[in-house]
Design a protein around this ligand. Structure first.
Ligand SMILES: [Zn+2]
Length: 232
């Protein structure tokens, strides 16, 4: 009987502590105490402006249990968050903290917008790069890339289940986006690509015929140059 009451008490206190947040874009389940609606909003607003899209509300679930988080997404220990298309939910693992929340949710918000707005228009080899570049505002380490045995950039697949090391995948895909931002107006290219293949427009707008050839030439040339800061 005592055990029953203890169990009941545990469920009740869990119910009381489970926090739910609601914004126009996200319903956050099991939100940790440090998370607020304004922090959630600030993580998605810049990405939405850049990609010119209001996210149709989806669920974000915070997992305090690392094992459950990894099992659900079939992800390794390095992954902190992921967007699952099958349940249309962004899953945040216990390593997401007040400090790293913003770039992580912004990165996942890009994946959501790519799915909701662009469909299959963005090629898989550019998806992680776009989420890094627009979402987390991360830039590539081109000198490191040049020291690696690089696969052909268009052979990258999304999600990153290809045989390449995940750091290599993220760096390479981000560098590919930086190349496009260098060669043409990335916002124009993305705007044109809605519903159609981005690769088709890459030829016209950025004058890129052979993307793999152009990319390796660009990488060699730009590795010594300092990466550009943020967006124009
Ligand atoms: Zn990603």
């Amino acid at each position: 009987m005592r055990n029953f009451f203890c169990g009941l008490l545990a469920i009740l206190s869990w119910e009381l502590s489970a926090k739910e947040l609601l914004t126009n874009q996200f319903k956050v389940l099991d939100a940790p105490d440090w998370l607020s609606e304004s922090l959630v909003d600030s993580a998605s607003s810049r990405v939405q402006n850049y990609l010119e899209w209001d996210i149709r509300r989806i669920t974000v679930r915070y997992h305090s249990n690392a094992e459950e988080f990894r099992r659900l997404g079939k992800v390794g220990p390095k992954v902190k968050a992921y967007y699952l298309k099958t349940d249309s939910t962004i899953h945040l693992g216990p390593e997401v903290t007040a400090k790293n929340f913003k770039p992580i949710l912004s990165h996942e918000a890009v994946h959501v917008i790519l799915a909701q707005k662009y469909g299959a228009a963005i090629p898989p080899w550019l998806e992680e790069g776009l989420a890094n570049y627009v979402g987390s505002e991360e830039r590539s380490d081109r000198k490191w890339l040049l020291s690696q045995n690089l696969p052909v950039v268009t052979s990258l697949r999304h999600p990153a289940t290809d045989p390449f090391d995940s750091r290599l995948h993220y760096q390479l895909s981000t560098a590919a986006i930086e190349m496009l931002a260098d060669k043409c107006d990335l916002k124009d290219l993305l705007a044109l690509s809605v519903g159609r293949k981005l690769e088709t427009h890459m030829r016209h707008l950025c004058e890129i015929e052979d993307v793999n050839k152009t990319f390796s030439e660009w990488l060699k040339k730009s590795a010594s140059a300092k990466p550009r800061k943020r967006f124009k």
